[in-house]
Design a protein around this ligand. Structure first.
Ligand code: AMP
Ligand code: GLY
Length: 424
C-alpha cells in the first residue's frame, strides 16, 4: 500500500518509521516532512494546513491510505476531503476533531455526560470574564477555546495576571478567533498523564501511558514548550487507575461522541490529571502527541499499519494491539533560546542509532548530504530498555553523541518518574 503522511515533525518521523516496518507498506510520501524524514519517505514542501495543495497531490499520486497527524488539518476537515476523493484515512473527521478544536465543545460534552473534568465557566464577553475573575479563587486557569499552538492555557495567580491573560486572548486576540471565547477553569493538582488510544468509535484501545515534560528548564521551571522530553510508561498510571479511566472517561467519551453523531475514529489523546478526587480530563487531543509518540511507538509490537486499517474499517476489536513490557525515554534536543528566539542553520552530526535506539528528526533541513538545524525542537533521541532507568540512560547516552552548535536539552527527563518508582 502506498501511504501519504501529513505533517513534518518528530512525531511524523516516528509514525513514518513505524509504518515502514509493516510488510504491507509500499511507498511513503510525507507532506511537508523535513530534511530528516526525507531519508525515510519522499517529502514535498506542501504545508499541512494547505488543504488545496494536499488534495492536489493526492489526486495526482496513487495514494492507497492517508495518515493525518497534526491538529490543524484535522480540525479543518482534511480527512473528510480526502475520503471524498476515495482515499481511506487514519484520523477523525471534522465533526469529531472538534473535540480538540473547541475547548468549549469538549467542556460542554464532559458536563453533559458526567465525564470528570475541572469545573469551568465559559465567557464570550471580556467584561463578564473580568467581573467573574474579580471574585474567583486563585490560582485559576484561563484557556482559549480554539487551537493556540499549545499555548492557549494560562495559569494565573492573581487578578492582575488574569486581566493580562484575558486582554491577550480576547481583546488583542494573540491567537486570533481561538480567543473569542475563553474558559475560566478550576486549578487542579496532581500528576499529569498522557494516554493515547486507538479507537474506531466502538472499541477503545489505550496505548502505553506516558509523561510529557512541557517546561523548558530542569525541575519543571521556565516557559511552556511543545514538550522537551517524554517517558513511557507513566509510573503514576497504575492498573487500578487505568481501569477507572476506562470506565469513567474513555468509554463514556466514545459513547458521548457517538450519541452526538460525531463518531471518533483515529488516535484519541486523553490529557489527564490524577487529582486527589480521582482522574480528570485536562484536555482531549484528536491526534498523536508530540513527543509522546516518540516513546509510545517504539514500544508498539503490533504492526501500526494493520492497526490503523482496523481503526478505519471499524474492526479494531478483532485486531491485537500489543506493547513491549519495557520502558522508553525521549530527550528533545532544541535550539538554545527555544521557545523564544533562537538561531538555526547549524550542521548536525548524528551517530548511527544502535539496537533499541532511534533518532526522530523534527526541526531540520537538508542541504546536499548535510542536515542543518531549522527549528526550535530539532530532534528527539530515544532509547528503550527493560527498565525506565535503562531507557533514560540510553536516551541520554545517545543524545550526548549528537552534536550541533547552540544545542540545548533538559538534563532531568525521567527524573520525576524514577523518583516516583522509588517511592512505591
Ligand atoms: P492544555 O492546553 O489544556 O493542555 O493545558 C496546558 C497545560 O496547562 C496542561 O498540561 C496543564 O499542565 C496545565 N493545566 C491546564 N488546565 C489546568 C487545570 N485546570 N489545572 C491545573 N493545570 C492545568
Ligand atoms: N505533547 C503534548 C501534545 O502533543 O499536545
Amino acid at each position: 500500500m502506498n501511504i501519504l503522511v501529513i505533517g513534518g515533525g518528530g512525531r511524523e518521523h516516528a509514525v513514518v518509521k513505524a509504518l515502514k516496518k509493516s510488510k504491507r507498506c509500499g511507498k511513503i510520501w510525507c507532506l511537508p516532512g523535513n530534511g530528516g524524514i526525507a531519508r525515510d519517505a519522499e517529502c514535498f514542501p506542501v504545508k499541512a494546513t494547505d488543504l488545496e495543495g494536499i488534495l492536489g497531490f493526492a489526486k495526482t499520486h496513487p495514494v492507497d491510505f492517508a495518515v493525518v497527524t497534526p491538529d490543524d488539518p484535522l480540525v479543518l476537515g482534511l480527512v473528510d476531503e480526502l475520503e471524498k476523493l476515495g482515499i481511506p484515512c487514519f484520523g477523525p473527521e471534522k465533526r469529531a476533531a472538534i473535540l480538540e478544536g473547541s475547548k468549549v465543545f469538549s467542556k460542554n460534552l464532559m458536563q453533559k455526560y458526567g465525564i470528570p473534568t475541572a469545573e469551568s465557566r465559559i465567557f464570550s464577553d471580556p467584561k463578564e470574564a473580568l467581573s467573574y475573575l474579580e471574585t474567583c479563587e486563585y490560582p485559576t486557569v484561563v484557556k482559549a477555546d480554539g487551537l493556540a499552538l499549545g499555548k492557549g492555557a494560562v495559569i494565573v495567580n492573581n487578578f492582575r495576571e488574569a486581566e493580562e491573560a484575558v486582554r491577550g486572548l480576547m481583546i488583542d486576540k494573540i491567537f486570533g478567533e481561538s480567543g473569542s471565547r475563553v474558559l475560566v477553569e478550576e486549578f487542579l493538582t496532581g500528576p499529569e498523564v498522557s494516554v493515547l488510544s486507538f479507537t474506531d468509535g466502538k472499541t477503545v484501545v489505550p496505548m502505553v501511558s506516558s509523561m510529557d515534560h512541557k517546561r523548558a528548564r530542569d525541575g519543571d521551571t521556565g516557559l511552556n514548550t511543545g514538550g522537551m522530553g517524554t517517558i513511557a510508561p507513566n509510573p503514576y498510571y497504575t492498573p487500578e487507575i487505568a481501569e477507572r479511566c476506562m470506565r469513567e472517561i474513555f468509554l463514556p467519551t466514545i459513547r458521548a461522541m457517538n450519541t452526538e453523531g460525531r463518531t471518533f475514529r483515529g488516535c484519541l489523546y486523553f490529557g489527564l490529571m490524577l487529582t486527589p478526587k480521582g482522574p480528570k480530563v485536562i484536555e482531549y487531543n484528536c491526534r498523536f502527541g508530540d513527543p509522546e509518540t516518540q516513546v509510545v511507538l517504539p514500544l508498539l509490537k503490533s504492526d501500526l499499519l494493520e492497526v490503523m486499517l482496523a481503526v478505519r474499517e471499524g474492526r479494531l476489536k478483532e485486531e491485537e494491539v500489543r506493547f513491549l513490557e519495557g520502558a522508553a525515554c525521549c530527550v528533545v534536543l532544541a535550539s538554545a533560546g527555544y521557545p523564544e528566539k533562537y538561531k538555526t542553520g547549524y550542521e548536525i552530526s548524528l551517530p548511527i542509532p544502535q539496537k533499541d535506539e532511534e533518532i526522530y528528526l523534527a526541526g531540520v533541513r537538508a542541504e546536499g548530504e548535510k542536515l542543518l538545524t531549522s527549528g526550535g525542537r530539532v530532534l528527539g533521541a530515544v532509547g528503550w530498555a527493560e527498565t525506565l532507568r535503562g531507557a533514560v540512560d540510553k536516551a541520554y547516552a545517545l543524545a550526548n553523541k549528537i552534536k550541533f552548535e547552540n544545542a540545548y536539552m533538559r538534563s532531568d527527563i525521567g527524573a520525576r518518574a524514577l523518583a516516583a518508582l522509588k517511592e512505591e
